[in-house]
Write a protein of this length. Sequence first.
Length: 322
Amino acid sequence: MMKGQDLHALLAEDVAKVEGLFSVIETLAGTAVELWHKIQRAPFADILGSAQHTNVQGEEVQKLDELANDRMKERLGALPAVAAVASEEDETAVLFHSNGTLLVCMDPLDGSSNIDVNIPIGTIFSIRPRRQEGPVSETEFLRPGSEQLAAGYFMYGAALTLMVTVGNGTHILTYDPDAGRFIAHAVNARIPEKGKIYSVNEGNALQMPEGVQRYLQHCKSSETLTGKPYSLRYIGSLIGDFHRNFLKGGLFLYPPTASAPQGKLRLLYECAPMAMLAEQAGGKAWTGSGRVLDVVPERIHQRVPFYVGSARMMDELKTFIG
Ligand code: AHM
Ligand code: MG
């Protein structure tokens, strides 16, 4: 694996072990390029704004949420390897091929509230193996994130970035529009052991557990790992917040709150993929009571409290809420 390689060359050796795996990653990438182009033209193409209904989670669906979900499912469903897709936008898993061997979880367009303001949004994905043959059912998704074969996200920002792991390191690629390919520029990327950023919706602080509130006070003190107050950075787009912290070092928190006792973020297609990317880069991901990748989901849209980022900052957090 080397800098400058395209997606296929970069992952070829690792994906060869699992039939159909690369076809899924390649299809996600092709659809992401299509969506990125659409997003750049969104203001003229009548795809900004609300679709005028709510999803299964009671959240307002944006037109781009729908477009991303439909295109991803159309293209994934055409692959024989894909048995089923669990999407944030669909109440139940969409079942495709009973001979398929792979399950895909996705948040087709994360950060919807930032669509209209041109702040990075993205697609998060997780690919899991099936553990049985024959007719596929939604319960097959209820397995821990430690079983993920691959995870990652596409970030639709000024550039189209892909962060991906297939269980052998985390890699960062950027789409080169001239070459029409994703090119690797950070192979086996590492999250700095510590940084100076904490990211949280601090407006909810008074609703958070007491230990988290004490940690947030600590972040503002000179007792931190840097000996100075940390900087608060939060844009409310998980991919953007995670990506910045991954590169610079930092900790992202979405704790439980009085109104959302399990936090807001969903295990299968938000937390577990981010946790795998972080762990593969030397970072840590925690629910407040255990490793994110060990949680066995009970429902496909299950939420978990989520803490992810630099290893030493996570250890520091654990002294407050462990
Ligand atoms: P979405 O999937 O409906 O877009 O919601 C997920 C987003 C994340 O990207 C982000 O981390 C979080 O919601 C922000 O939530 P809040 O506005 O409560 O801070
Ligand atoms: Mg989301």
